[in-house]
Write a protein that binds this ligand. Structure first.
Ligand code: DGJ
Length: 731
């Protein structure tokens, strides 16, 4: 039993294999958070006595006792002056709620969320706890689903208006946890376009700290994820409490340290510029937050998230399947291509072992640059006389699968679609419609707009043999308003947009189950678990430089598995950084993702093509391992110059380890790279990957214990930006 309610102590105990989460009912009325951390048999602390302290202290400080109580889902205005998890505006202007316990249910399995992406499993158990406020009639149902084998708890909250008058939700968290201490570090992932998701770790201080988005997407700038870490937490040791949101829109993830040294960690919808009107009888469900506790440092937390997303979030049939090695024409041609050019790239790539050709932006309308045609999903026959169907056929004849780029959520003002439906975009009447990349965002809070997208994209997918779709989204929201929403509902638009988007993605991905979908948002501007529920991989960043990518991908693995990260070998000098790195390093880095190419293969030398063939041959050999293995981060490029990681098969029989070096330090000898995750009692045959400069080195045998304790001997670096990649096989 993962969940039990203990009548004697009035505790709800949620247990995973290695963690416990305990909620306590006080006086049959107040729902208090008792504990989250390493698995315990029971929790005997008297929470009330501990937190209220001596009564005279509480009175001299003139605080309400509830100001100190660790709440399970704090409401606003009735004695707790910390940041609430839920804030409800009532018809008389009051914002005060007093949510008290009413009932609970424990069931097998997990109900789906209403219109939102979420984890799923028939194996887990779910606890629902009803709280209610007598005065307003508002009910809040807290939902907890326990994934025992992943040390994860998925949470969501549903607000129901059971009263007689309208209410307005002003804030609703997905999860909130009151810790009785504040000696934590907080870890968030922050960045910008082309340098997404760098880890920032700092000590908690009194007050509020955290991240959020107002971009209308989860964003390049901040990820919908926060972790609290014990001071001693490393990759392999210490406590890590992760909270990740299964959502792709505006969010907030914060930790607030109170005057008493407690920490309230919370994650959910961004409350700024959000509100949701609930008429009597209506319900509103928050997005899902997934909490993972690890007592074995960040590495274990990441691996639990990786397995959970792959097995219990991604609905795609590709979730656990190795993906085709692709070549994408974007950095090869940008908008300047014709059919012959594309076919010549495809032919060269096929010879070098590529399996899928992807046609990126520029195939529709009159799109010779980014200033027109978004929304007109009709093939440009000037460039492709046989249409998409004709090109797909020819690509298939070359022995490759065919894939296609879309940006379905957008409209160019210079398009047939915009001329026909100028009110279909997000805009505010009588205000300038600010363009970004010459485009506006379609208003996906509207059913007719979503239906148009579904039928336009479906028509193209039905018209040709398309095996893969890249789903791009290239601008943030501004001038937020919708033509169909009444004034009192205008602040609902960003969330209604996400609900519309999820309906569109669900419909299309279910209609075309054999198509592999890759999400994208100007690179990694919407890299989140919400998108992964529909699309099992996401283009990680528009920065394809191997050194920058080793950082971006390294940090992305804190929450997401290698199989979710779109990663390509591109040309040098790199288009974003101007840096020239060896082809083998570019490949070694891209192999810790979905692996593909994004260059003009016709411009490669014979040597480079031969190397490319060796790379694709090798990747085909290690694909299942890279897809389903466990990732161990070994050297952080954010702490030193180099990056290293290894991926170990579930049975520990095989592993691949990668080391990426940056600037060469002169007169240094070779080094040792300590591995992780291997079978200590086994011996491993070690060989260098066949496409690398060390491939002639004879293979040798080392013990798993030795490889982890003493380390793999690595030949000295000769030039800048070299890499080393080895395969280990249990003998
Ligand atoms: C942004 C994407 O991240 C790129 O890979 C490419 O698809 C362009 N958009 C095309 O406009």
């Amino acid at each position: 039993m993962a969940i039990l309610f203990d009548e004697a102590t009035r505790q709800f105990r949620l247990h995973t294999d290695a963690s416990s989460y305990i909620i306590r009912l006080l006086d049959g009325k107040y729902l208090l958070h008792a504990y989250w951390g390493a698995r315990v048999r029971a929790y005997k602390t008297d929470v009330y006595a501990r937190f209220c302290g001596a009564p005279e202290e509480a009175f001299t400080l003139q605080e309400m006792p509830t100001d100190r109580l660790p709440q399970e889902f704090p409401a606003f205005g009735h004695g707790d002056s910390r940041m609430p998890a839920v804030h409800i505006l009532q018809v008389n202007g009051s914002r005060v709620s007093d949510l008290t316990y009413r009932a609970h249910r424990i069931t097998k399995g997990k109900p789906p969320l209403e219109g939102l992406p979420a984890t799923f499993s028939d194996e887990c158990e779910t606890l629902e706890i009803d709280l209610a406020d007598d005065v307003s009639g508002v009910r809040v149902t807290l939902m907890y689903s326990v994934f025992e084998a992943y040390n994860a708890i998925a949470r969501s909250a549903v607000v129901t208006n059971a009263g007689a008058a309208d209410v307005r939700i002003e804030k609703l968290d997905s999860a909130c946890v009151d810790f009785d201490r504040s000696d934590f570090d907080i870890l968030t992932l922050s960045g910008a376009w082309a340098r997404e998701r760098a880890p920032y770790r700092r000590a908690l201080v009194p007050g509020a700290q955290g991240v959020g988005s107002l971009h209308g997407a989860s964003g390049h700038q901040q990820s919908p994820f926060v972790a609290l870490l014990s001071k001693d937490a490393t990759e392999t040791n210490g406590d890590a409490y992760g909270m990740a949101l299964v959502y792709s829109g505006n969010f907030e993830a914060c930790a607030d340290v109170s005057q008493f040294g407690q920490t309230r960690a919370h994650i959910g919808l961004q409350p700024f510029d959000f509100s949701w009107l609930l008429a009597p009888g209506e319900r509103f469900q928050s997005p899902e937050a997934v909490l993972v506790y690890s007592g074995e440092g960040l590495g274990r937390m990441s691996r639990d998230y990786h397995r959970l997303w792959q097995n219990c979030l991604m609905r795609s049939s590709f979730a656990n399947k190795p993906r085709p090695i692709l070549i994408n024409n974007w950095e090869a041609t940008y908008f300047g291509f014709d059919e012959e050019k594309l076919l010549s790239i495809a032919r060269a790539a096929k010879k070098a072992g590529v399996e899928l050709f992807v046609l990126d932006d520029g195939w529709f309308g009159k799109r010779d640059s980014d200033n027109c045609s978004l929304g007109d999903w009709v093939c440009d026959t000037r460039k492709l006389p046989g249409g998409i169907g004709g090109l797909a056929e020819k690509i298939n004849k070359e022995g490759l699968l065919f894939g296609l780029w879309f940006e379905p959520e957008m409209v160019s003002p210079d398009s047939e679609l915009y001329r026909a439906h100028p009110d279909w975009c997000i805009h505010v009447k009588n205000r300038e419609r600010l363009e970004a990349r010459h485009q506006l965002i379609l208003d996906l809070s509207r059913e007719d707009v979503c239906d148009y997208i579904i039928s336009a994209v479906s028509a193209v997918l039905q018209s040709a043999n398309i095996a893969y779709v890249k789903w791009d989204m290239n601008r943030n929201m501004s001038d937020i308003g919708g033509a169909q929403l009444p004034p009192e509902r205008q602040r609902e638009l960003p969330h209604r947009y996400m609900l519309g988007l999820y309906r569109v993605m669900k419909t299309i991905t279910e209609r075309f189950p054999s198509v592999l979908f890759e999400g994208c948002a100007g690179g990694g501007g919407r890299f989140d678990a919400g998108i992964l529920a529909y699309m099992p991989q996401i283009w990680c960043s528009d920065n394809t430089d191997a050194i920058c990518r080793s950082q971006i991908q390294y940090a992305t693995t804190l929450v997401f598995p290698p199989s979710a990260m779109g990663a390509h070998v591109s040309a040098v000098p790199n288009h974003q950084t101007g840096r020239t790195t060896p082809m083998e390093t570019r490949a070694a880095v891209a192999m810790c993702g979905t692996f593909g190419y994004e260059l003009d293969a016709t411009k490669l030398s014979d040597d480079e093509l031969a190397q490319m063939k060796k790379q694709t041959d090798f990747f085909k050999e290690i694909k299942p391992l890279m897809q389903n293995g466990a990732l161990y981060r070994l050297r952080s490029p954010f702490e030193g110059d180099d990056a290293a990681w290894c991926v170990v098969s579930p049975d520990k029989a095989r592993a691949v380890a990668t080391l990426v070096k940056t600037l060469k330090r002169v007169h240094m000898q070779g080094e040792r790279l300590r591995l992780d995750g291997l079978d200590k009692s086994a011996d491993y045959a070690v060989r260098f990957a066949p496409f690398t400069a060390q491939s002639d080195t004879p293979s040798f045998v080392m013990g798993g214990d030795e490889l982890m304790a003493s380390g793999l001997p690595v030949p000295a670096q000769r030039f800048d930006f070299e890499s080393r990649m080895v395969v280990l096989e249990r003998v």
